[in-house]
Design a protein around this ligand. Structure first.
Ligand SMILES: [Zn+2]
Length: 135
């Protein structure tokens, strides 16, 4: 059975490590976006979009300029980092968004913003997203 009543039991020290890693990624990504976009104003615009699209949808991303499109990967990454920072304060942090299993600390440390456990992530990467959902 995949469904277990798992709860993440990260220690305060582990949370601190993950939060520091997330904040560092956030800073790096914001810097990258800023240099890609060139202008402060457009970074602010991107920020607003991030706030509006907090649910992960890109419904408003239509007429982007070329350099803005190029920064999409960074924007997505930044959004994931921001969401992870929010989750960090909730009981859901470190739990797979698909199956609810606890994500291994080593995995989180390498990639703190991952929303899924390695099993569900692998399923998605192999194009079998449906099979991992047991709920
Ligand atoms: Zn999972």
């Amino acid at each position: 059975m995949k469904l277990q009543a798992v709860q993440q039991d990260l220690s305060p020290g582990q949370y601190a490590v993950l939060e520091a890693a997330l904040r560092q990624r956030q800073a790096v990504l914001e810097q990258a976006l800023q240099s890609q976009l060139g202008e402060q104003g457009r970074v602010e615009h991107a920020r607003e979009q991030l706030l509006q699209d907090g649910d992960g949808e890109q419904a408003h991303a239509t007429d982007r300029e070329v350099d803005l499109a190029r920064s999409d990967a960074n924007l997505d990454a930044l959004r994931q980092v921001n969401e992870a920072l929010q989750r960090l304060r909730s009981a859901e942090f470190g739990l797979c968004s698909d199956c609810g299993a606890a994500i291994a600390f080593e995995r989180l440390k390498a990639n703190p913003e991952v929303p899924r456990c390695i099993t569900c992530q692998a399923a998605i990467e192999h194009g079998q997203a449906g099979t991992a959902r047991k709920l």
